[in-house]
Design a protein around this ligand. Sequence first.
Ligand code: PEP
Length: 242
Amino acid sequence: MIKLSDFSSFFVANWKLNGNFQFIDQFINNLSLPKDHSKCVVICPTSIHLDYMSKNKNGFYVGAQNVSEHEEGAYTGEISVNSLLDLNINFCITGHSERRQIYKEKDNEINLKSDILIRNSVIPIICIGETLQQKEKGITNIVLQEQLMNSIPISSSFENTIIAYEPVWAIGTGLTPTIEEIDETHQFIREHNDKLNKYKILYGGSVKASNAREITDLPNVDGALIGGASLKSEEFTRIIED
Ligand code: PEP
């Protein structure tokens, strides 16, 4: 298992349903990794491209975007944790808002998925975040509290799990909370219970080259989860550069 405490920050690229072999070749050719090895770079391509990415990785880690909560069996179309292990995958996103909203994943499923990953030494990056409606109702902290309580498995610790705070209204919209709001919310998550105090907590939602440094330099932010801007090798390089 990767030792999370060896790293000062994490930059996770979520490629969602984008990319093909040609794109991957070009991206890897054009990507320039930070000289500072305490920065951990993780790229999460589609599940079909995990094997190719893993075989061609060079200075970065590869993550999956989903896993089944079941070990094996009659679950057509699912991806098992054993398949991820076969491909030397070290990280896996769980609870992304697109999976919560489009595929109706609930906290208990996210909890089980994260647990099976931890038990197999794959690090879950557990996403939490409020919708615009919840933010406008002023219930952000209540929503986050509930997601934290129910989606983080008992097996989780700061050594085997990463949390990503992703306000749903900031994903792919170009909108972001203010710098102060991001830091306050991360502090709220950290203080939710003693256990979370030492966790690595990433911010996600419209991170780009122009705002990445300001966000990731915040005292309570340990890196970023990046969607759209991670598909452009030049921009992603600027986000992760020293
Ligand atoms: C995401 O999908 O996790 C994400 C953060 O997307 P974007 O950076 O495009 O807002």
